[in-house]
Design a protein around this ligand. Structure first.
Ligand code: GDD
Ligand code: MN
Length: 364
């Protein structure tokens, strides 16, 4: 009997079929006699990454594949990969060879021999290099790093790194508190750990992507904002609710603009204008929530049509509840401001709770 792996490398993948084989070779070359395994967590990539990983796995028992269907997200993929291994040391790295596998042995020996929770491959530590980073990416990255300062230790130079190794203990302490949204799994880990994590940074050169293209687009910036918000206020209110309310606030402007255009501009009756404004505002809210609030669960095709219908239905009931509650409260207190506000609040909570479940089927 051979013992299980000492080190697991978790690699999230989306459309990386052309990279996984080379990465496995590089891991093999870098890790020598270490008992290791690599777990690719693939979100059902259309380019067939998962099939390619399984092909490699048939030749090499150190290779494993977790294939997730109808799921997206780098951080959540990493978490599921980490939970799928029994190795005492767990690394995370990208599939595209931008992270240097030859750093792994040094990371492992630091964790094994010193009292550390995490070792981070750092682009900004002394000797590190991120020059292959496009300048606008570098600027965004610097901004993101500054915003993260409330959540991570001040002396952590590269909290945005996607390349690190940690002990199982550190994972188990944090795993139930992880937010799991977006790209920033290391930041999430630091912000979610119940005790301060003891870390060390090792410089490395952030290389060029080997094949394929980056998945980090501007929407990743939104996800990042959501992660920060979740870590700051998530204990008190769900971040999706905050986003839902912000979208709802925009809906008021849409509504008033349509009402003004139809009633004032085109001279339509107030009732007809108000009805159209309501429908358009609801539709706009549905579309915005579908792209931002529920970006990870965004509906498409027929599911979009069905979702729109359920959204309009739920919000209509919400409007009735709003008016009902406000009317009742007004009859008790005759304070129009309080009554109006309470009505809106009840309607908003109802709309959020119902559409979260029935329109977007969210459970997290
Ligand atoms: N499973 C899964 N699901 N994997 C994903 C997803 C997803 O939705 N999106 C991206 N990935 C995988 C990619 O296939 C790749 O292996 C890795 O996550 C990183 O994605 P890239 O698209 O290559 O990101 P990047 O190079 O722009 O940014 C990376 O490096 C930065 C610096 O270390 C990321 O790791 C950033 O988080 C990091 O800050
Ligand atoms: Mn990359």
């Amino acid at each position: 009997m051979t013992a299980g792996p000492q080190l697991a490398i978790i690699v999230p993948t989306f459309n990386e079929a052309a990279n996984v084989g080379v990465l496995v070779e590089r891991l093999h070359a870098a890790l020598g006699n270490t008992r290791w395994e690599v777990v690719f967590v693939d979100d059902d990539s259309p380019d067939g990454t998962a099939a390619e990983v399984r092909r490699l796995a048939r030749q090499n028992p150190a290779v494993r594949c977790v294939q997730r269907i109808r799921r997206r997200g780098l951080a959540s993929a990493c978490i599921e990969g980490m939970l799928s291994t029994s190795a005492p040391y767990i690394a995370v790295m990208d599939a595209d060879l931008q992270h240097d596998p030859s750093l792994l042995p040094a990371m492992l020996s630091l964790l094994e021999n010193e009292n550390l929770d995490v070792v981070i491959g750092s682009r900004y530590a002394e000797g590190g290099d991120a020059s292959s980073f496009a300048t606008d990416r570098a600027a965004k990255s610097a901004l993101a790093t500054r915003l993260s300062r409330r959540l991570v230790p001040a002396d952590l130079k590269d909290p945005m790194s996607g390349f690190f190794m940690m002990t199982r203990d550190a994972l188990e302490g944090a795993v139930r508190h992880l937010s799991g949204t977006g790209f920033k799994i290391l930041l999430d880990l630091f912000a979610s750990s119940p005790r301060p994590l003891v870390f060390r940074e090792l410089p490395y050169n952030f290389g060029k992507r080997y094949a394929g293209e980056s998945k980090l687009d501007n929407r990743a910036l939104w996800d990042y904002g959501m992660l920060l918000l979740d870590k700051l206020v998530g204990r008190f209110v769900p971040v999706r609710f905050v986003a839902f309310i912000m979208v709802g606030g925009l809906g008021i402007f849409v509504h008033m603009a349509i009402l003004a255009a139809l009633h004032e501009g085109l001279g339509q009756s107030f009732v007809a204008s108000q009805a159209w404004a309501t429908l358009v505002a609801m539709t706009a809210n549905f579309m915005l929530n579908n792209i931002v609030t529920y970006r990870d669960l965004a509906l498409k095709g027929w599911a979009w049509v069905r979702g729109w219908f359920s959204f309009v239905l739920a919000c209509s009931v919400g409007a009735v509840a709003n008016v009902g509650v406000a009317t009742w409260l007004f009859s008790q207190e005759s304070d129009w401001f309080l009554a109006g506000f309470a009505g809106i609040l009840v309607g908003a909570v109802w709309n959020y709770a119902v559409t979260r479940t029935y329109t977007w089927h969210a459970n997290g």
